[in-house]
Design a protein around this ligand. Structure first.
Ligand SMILES: [Zn+2]
Length: 188
């Protein structure tokens, strides 16, 4: 009983780190150096939130294993039809467990080129944005990473790896993950 209380208290502490797993499905055949760079940048965006991302690349199919919340991110080429004009990606919140999203590499490349920032940075922030939707299971938009449509200023910050989640979005994500993670830990 004591052990369980300690585990619960630890899980609910704001400073406690929570872990998520993200599987990258590289459908568009993006060079692995670029995928790795994007994963590294996207991981850094979650560090200030106390969310550690465990990345893996699955090819050709992704299987869900493990005890941490798992999200599957498809990197898509020109064959992917985007539901919203000018969107860089979308999360499929109503499909299955709501843990799948796709980002459009042609759209990301266009945005990166138009704003003179590295493609890998825009890919990283697009992944972070869709993870934000999936973690909170919400289509809501906000400022920073969760802005509905990024502008030049946002793009510049992406290039510097300085675009951040708004504090309230970070807190909502952390709370959502803690509520998903802690009961499993307590019953272990
Ligand atoms: Zn969005």
């Amino acid at each position: 009983m004591l052990k369980l209380s300690i585990a619960l208290a630890f899980a609910l502490t704001a400073s406690a780190q929570v872990e998520i797993a993200v599987h990258i499905n590289n459908n568009a055949g993006l060079a692995s150096a670029q995928v790795n760079k994007a994963m590294k940048i996207a991981g850094r965006v979650f560090v200030p939130l106390g969310i550690a991302v465990r990345w893996s690349i699955c090819d050709p199919a992704c299987t869900e294993t493990g005890s941490v919340p798992t999200f599957i991110m498809g990197l898509a080429g020109p064959q992917l039809e985007m539901p919203v004009p000018a969107a860089l990606g979308f999360a499929m919140l109503a499909t299955g467990k709501g843990n799948r999203a796709a980002v459009s590499l042609p759209r990301i490349e266009d945005f990166a080129e138009a704003n003179s920032v590295p493609m890998e940075s825009v890919l990283a922030y697009s992944i972070a944005h869709e993870l934000g939707h999936m973690i909170t299971r919400s289509k809501e938009h906000s400022t920073g990473v969760m802005r509905a449509k990024w502008d030049k200023e946002n793009a510049m910050r992406m290039g510097q790896i300085r675009l951040e989640f708004a504090a309230k979005d970070g807190a909502a994500m952390k709370a959502a993950l803690q509520s998903r993670v802690s009961p499993a830990r307590v019953t272990e």
